[in-house]
Design a protein around this ligand. Structure first.
Ligand code: ZN
Length: 144
């Protein structure tokens, strides 16, 4: 202890999505970068640039994923009035609201070279836009 110094390592990963509340498990990609980085203790910060996507964690099985999709549809339904659609005309007002509520980032402690995720807790990217997209997720690891 104490012989290593603080490091910051970053990687961008790129993921093709279908939009319309596409939920994609990115856990293995994040874990791979953690292993490659050699950083053992610190924090992983993940961020998705863009105002119609979000990051969260869930047990990634189809039941829980479908339950989440239904909850999101109830929270910000596709077919209600959105002022954004009048202003901008791109028809994705629901996508902006969903992304804002879920949030664009996660931070996960790193301990002994591992993400401190629960056994049934996966990292997911959610794309709410009304068209397929190529998404960038920035992973930044800080620690020693
Ligand atoms: Zn928009």
């Amino acid at each position: 202890m104490g012989s290593k110094s603080m490091e910051i390592k970053s990687e961008d990963i790129f993921i093709k999505t279908t939009g319309e509340t596409d939920v994609i498990d990115i856990t293995s990609k994040v874990k791979r970068f953690v292993v490659e980085s050699g950083i053992s203790n610190g924090i992983a910060v993940l961020f998705v640039p863009g105002s119609t996507a979000a990051l969260t964690t869930i047990e990634f099985e189809s039941g829980a994923v479908n339950d989440l999709k239904r909850a999101i549809e109830g929270m910000a339904p596709r077919d209600i009035y959105y002022e954004h659609n009048e202003r901008w005309g791109d028809g994705n007002g629901y996508a902006h609201v969903r992304a804002a509520i879920l949030g664009p980032s996660l931070h996960i402690p790193l301990t002994d070279g591992k993400l401190t995720l629960g056994t049934w807790q996966q990292i997911v990217l959610l794309d709410f836009d009304n068209q397929p997209r190529q998404r960038q997720v920035i992973i930044q690891l800080m620690g020693e």
